[in-house]
Design a protein around this ligand. Structure first.
Ligand SMILES: [Zn+2]
Ligand SMILES: [Zn+2]
Length: 216
């Protein structure tokens, strides 16, 4: 990834294939070409094998602690686990409350990755640079529920078929765990606080120039 001369990371330039291997932050997403060159599951830059993929791909709801730990070895996920959520994203979550957020998260997961086909595949989930990114969008990137490539890599779900109800339930649960962990004062019920507008009101036609472009 790119760094300034004094070594400070420039997070906004992060893509899903960025790495910072010297700080133990990798990328396990391999193109077909890279797969031909070595074993699956390794870091595309340094080759390290850190993840028990069989364990993660079991999608066991009682083993999410391990899954979350594993996800954070990938630089792009680590980024989404550590950046502060925008005021807009937090406001969105608190105004809904956890009980109403869950069906919203489920719907969002279903819309983004439920079908194998999406017109903006790889860019369907807004990034933190999009003023309208909600806590659910942050969660999707952090938990690899953002596009079918990430789903295949991290959850072992083949990209060419529809998700099952169980799979959508599992992924929604991951999203909700992230949102609860990262949203201070999230209560079950809706909190009556003023609605926040996205920072830029002229963002109506904002196009995903800043969204995650996944490697092919
Ligand atoms: Zn690496
Ligand atoms: Zn993705």
């Amino acid at each position: 990834m790119s760094t300034t001369p004094n070594g400070i990371l420039k997070p906004l330039q992060l893509s899903c294939t960025s790495t910072d291997c010297t700080n133990n932050l990798h990328c396990f997403q391999l193109s077909r070409r890279l797969l031909r060159l070595g074993p699956a599951g390794r870091c595309r830059d340094c080759g390290v094998q850190l993840i028990d993929w069989a364990r993660v791909h079991r999608r066991n709801a009682t083993d999410v602690t391990y899954t979350f730990e594993a996800l954070r070895y990938e630089l792009i996920r680590h980024h989404f686990w550590h950046i502060p959520l925008s005021d807009y994203a937090i406001n969105y979550a608190r105004r809904k409350g956890a009980l109403a957020l869950k069906p919203a998260a489920r719907k969002q997961v279903e819309n983004a990755v439920g079908s194998p086909i999406h017109p903006a595949q790889g860019r369907q989930t807004p990034r933190e640079t999009n003023p309208k990114a909600t806590a659910i969008h942050y969660a999707q990137h952090a938990t690899a529920c953002c596009c079918r490539k990430c789903l295949e890599e991290w959850h072992g779900i083949p990209a060419g078929r529809h998700l099952t109800t169980d799979e959508i339930d599992y992924l929604t649960n991951l999203v909700m765990l992230y949102v609860s962990a990262r949203t201070p004062d999230l209560s079950d019920e809706s909190v009556h606080i003023p609605k926040r507008r996205p920072p830029s009101t002229s963002s109506q036609g904002l196009q995903p120039q800043t969204e995650l472009q996944h490697a092919s």
